[in-house]
Design a protein. Sequence first.
Length: 150
Amino acid sequence: MGHYCRICDRMRANERFGGRGHRIHICRDCQRLPRSELDRIERLDELRGFLDQSNISERNRESLKLLAAHESPEVRTLAALVEDVARVHPRRRRRFSNLARNHPDLLKRMISILGDEWWDEVSVRFIGSNTDDFDEFYSLPQPDQGIDSE
Ligand SMILES: [Zn+2]
């Protein structure tokens, strides 16, 4: 079969992992990356993970404040975004309908930072639950690319 590397985000052959690599889900190649690069990737994963939680807790928000001062600009940008989302709608439930209706600029910022692939995934889930607010969002000026309705 193989084994998943959470840094390069792909399945790799078992022999690509050392004993410890298996346990921490990092392949040999990625273990050779500079520590700052590993840290950047892991922090970005952690931040995206906050958005998948049912609620962004007060404790998470403490982490967000720390990450907003991270050495990587990419991490800082995402931390600031997640912090803004947490401030207006910490719970995942109905977050997108609330953002589409009341904070469309923030939703657009999410799409531009997290990318079209993320948005495709999220919007599929969203359409399954509540289409009204979503239609409303679609009628707003859109970021230039990536949203195919059919
Ligand atoms: Zn890897």
